[in-house]
Write a protein that binds this ligand. Structure first.
Ligand SMILES: O=C(CO)[C@H](O)[C@H](O)COP(=O)(O)O
Length: 402
């Protein structure tokens, strides 16, 4: 049994026929002849020889892991078995590869790095956000599970102590499910049992626990739907500005189809010197502000990538007035100072949700419009939420629990 805490960054010394030699002196000192070591997430029976770990690779191991592509000189993550009294700092890892996934994208987020991976669908269906997974033997937490991909966030320490720091788009990685999750699946073998853990994330959620699920979804970069039956009779998809990806903006424009606007806390707009739009305002008292573009942009400011970059800059606590051109194509809205206590608008709901999720008080909201151009009602929102894998929460619940 292993923990996914890498003891040593080793290197492939040579692969000759089916015999593998890994240079890993620290690990070689700890294992005995016929003992095991976990190399890039694969449990191997090893023999220590002069600072090397020697192992015989079966065809099965090569076929089911990335070992088919390893070559001399490649760095590898090495862990020796957990011993009684060792700290269980990661999670329980067995060194059995469930599937090989592909890195499809890497986003640097300040000091952290988000790795997007596409596992095979059969594995993806079994993964849960905020649960552990072993990536080339390294214990990491799944940040998000989307329709066709997952993301994990790597801190600098993990990047420097393991091979994960060198991952690039196109690389393949060995994936192992969390043992506890695997056992829980056994306890609920029916299709309903398998679907249950996913259900709370999609469709109507209520009460305090519903609001907490919504906050977790936003913090992980996902979208949520807020239904306002009282004032507007409309539902908006909301994303946190600091976590907004270009794909999410494309989704708003092509699937949600309303008018994307960017609710901001009033102090953000004051700091960025973004003035209110002149005029009486609309019937709902929405506080429109002068639209902006990112000054550092090079295009028209309209593409999803450019608008998402403008939103992320609005959410950046270090942004200044000079970072924006006026007028532009991204429409900030000013939230009332008391947020939902002052006004039950999607503007205030967006800002209150971002703040409660521990993020800068800036987000995007966009009304859900049906394909026939009418605004989505409660039943339409339920259907859309299940299709998009999003929770729907009522404005009244946000007022009660935020
Ligand atoms: O753009 C809008 C209305 O004009 C949107 O409905 C948006 O949801 C924010 O507005 P409000 O705070 O009034 O709900």
């Amino acid at each position: 049994m292993f923990t996914g805490r890498i003891g040593e960054l080793g290197a492939i010394e040579q692969i000759k026929g089916d015999v593998l030699h890994v240079r890993a002196p620290k690990s070689a000192d700890r294992v005995h002849d016929g003992g095991s070591a976990c190399v890039n997430g694969v449990r191997l029976t090893v023999r220590p020889v002069d600072g090397l770990l020697e192992a015989v690779l079966s065809t099965e191991t090569r076929r089911r892991s990335t070992f088919d592509a390893l070559a001399a000189g490649d760095p590898v993550n090495v862990e020796t078995p957990l011993q009684v009294g060792d700290p269980l700092d990661g999670h329980l890892v067995q060194g059995y590869v469930d599937a090989v996934g592909k890195v499809i994208r890497i986003d640097d987020e300040g000091g952290a790095r988000r790795i997007w991976l596409r596992p095979p669908q059969r594995l993806l269906d079994r993964l849960l956000a905020k649960s552990p997974i072993a990536l080339d033997g390294v214990s990491v937490t799944i940040a998000e599970v989307l329709r066709d991909r997952i993301s994990v966030v790597l801190l600098p320490m993990t990047r420097s102590a393991t091979t994960l720091g060198d991952l690039k788009a196109g690389d393949r990685v060995n994936l192992e499910l969390d043992l506890v999750g695997r056992l829980a699946e056994k306890a609920h073998p029916s299709a309903v049992g398998k679907a249950l853990p996913r259900l709370p994330w999609a469709g109507r959620v209520d009460g305090r626990s519903g609001v907490e699920k919504v906050l977790r979804q936003l913090a992980a970069g996902g979208g949520v739907i807020v239904w306002d039956p009282e004032t507007e009779g409309e539902g908006d998809v909301i994303f946190a500005g600091a976590r907004l990806r270009p794909e999410s903006f494309t989704f708003l424009l092509t699937e949600v189809c309303g008018f994307p606007a960017v609710p901001c806390a009033p102090e953000v707009l004051r700091r960025l010197e973004i003035a209110a739009m002149p005029g009486e305002g609309d019937r709902q008292g929405t506080a429109w502000s002068i639209p902006v573009d990112l000054a550092a942009g090079t295009g028209t400011g309209v593409s999803a990538a450019e608008r998402a970059a403008t939103v992320r800059k609005l959410a950046d606590p270090d942004a200044t007035a000079k970072d924006f051109l006026r007028p532009g194509h991204v429409f900030p809205l000013a939230a009332r100072p008391g947020l939902l206590a002052d006004r039950s608008g999607h503007t205030e709901a967006t800002v209150a949700l971002c703040a409660a999720a521990g993020l800068p008080p800036v987000g995007v909201c966009c009304e859900v419009m049906n394909p026939d151009g009418t605004m989505a009602g409660s039943a339409d929102l339920e259907v859309a939420a299940l299709r998009w894998g999003m929770p729907v929460v009522d404005m009244a619940d946000l007022k009660a629990w935020l």
